[in-house]
Design a protein around this ligand. Structure first.
Ligand SMILES: O=C(O)[C@H](O)[C@@H](O)[C@H](O)[C@H](O)COP(=O)(O)O
Length: 296
């Protein structure tokens, strides 16, 4: 396995997050990875989604398959570590996309050998295509088909976003999901990234990127089909102790470069974990990074 490098960092001082883990697990990630310190990010305001300060690590893999296997293994270990606190219900935010879907499959293949307590795992989604429950375009359908076959999940802790059947529109669905989510902060938020630097259904140069004051939004004119979606907004994504970006493919290389550099014009440039942001990249996705951003 080839991976890992670290460059971008800020003092590993986790701010208190409602619902998100800030215990010894997170502190030790920062300390163990030994990244150099850098100045803290500017303070965020409600209207400007400036990323919270946290350690950043770029982990580069020779292939997408290596990435998928390594992330699945790391995710399982991390969930188990967070559950070392017997009271802890881990808050995990899931994403759609091909890379994440492969990670879920790889994770289920490791479950037999793991001590993960699925009864203390709460699942959320960062975005959803606003289509009918049975529509194959729906993220949650794919994810649940993979996970539910292997995990005994608690229905009261599993929160797919609403489907289009039975709800007036994506704005109503977003409001309903916002209520369900409340002030929840995520221990880990998994995110894919599009070639334009979009995350969840927050797109650059688009109203979804300016949705201040709304934790969850309905999107009616997505640049990528289907046009109607539901999404967490940037400030809500930033209620994450750890953000894990999973990015593969050379068509994303330039967006990766800009996002890792913190370009405020791309959504992935301003989404950060308050404790740790991981960039899990395959070699093509990392190809536009300055070489010193990766070391293997
Ligand atoms: O809803 C969508 O249109 C896609 O699912 C998209 O947002 C996806 O998350 C990213 O493009 C990364 O996905 P890949 O890993 O498939 O590239």
């Amino acid at each position: 396995m080839t991976a890992d490098a670290a460059d971008h960092s800020a003092p590993p001082v986790p701010p208190a997050l409602p619902g998100a883990g800030t215990g010894p697990g997170e502190a030790s990630v920062a300390a163990a990875s030994g990244e150099p310190a850098a100045p803290a990010a500017e303070e965020a305001s409600a209207s400007e989604p400036v990323a919270p300060a946290g350690v950043e690590t770029v982990a580069r893999y020779a292939s997408s398959t290596e990435l998928v296997e390594a992330v699945a293994e790391r995710l399982l270990e991390r969930l188990e570590t967070l559950q070392a606190d017997p009271e802890k219900v881990v808050q995990l935010c899931l994403t759609g996309g091909r890379t994440a879907t492969r990670v879920y499959t790889a994770l289920t293949e490791r479950l037999d050998a793991s001590t993960l307590d699925t009864q203390r795992l709460e699942l959320w989604w960062s975005d959803e295509r606003f289509v009918a429950t049975e529509d194959p375009d729906r993220h949650a359908g794919h994810v649940l088909a993979i996970l539910a076959g292997k995990l005994s999940m608690r229905s009261d802790l599993t929160h797919p976003m609403p489907a289009a059947d039975g709800l007036a529109d994506s704005a109503a669905a977003a409001a309903s999901y916002g209520k369900e989510l409340g002030e929840t902060g995520f221990d880990i938020c998994l995110l894919g990234m599009g070639p334009d630097g979009h995350v969840a259904s927050v797109f650059p140069d688009h109203p979804s990127f300016e949705a201040a004051g709304h934790p969850v939004i309905g999107v009616t004119d997505s640049p990528f089909p289907p046009s109607e979606r539901i999404s967490l907004t940037v400030p809500t994504l930033n209620r994450s102790a750890e953000v894990w970006f999973l990015v593969t493919g050379d068509e994303k290389a330039d967006a990766v470069r800009r996002s890792v550099a913190g370009d405020p014009t791309v959504p992935a440039g301003v989404v950060r974990g308050s404790v740790h942001t991981w960039w899990f990249l395959d070699r093509p996705a990392a190809s536009a990074l300055p070489y010193h951003s990766c070391s293997f």
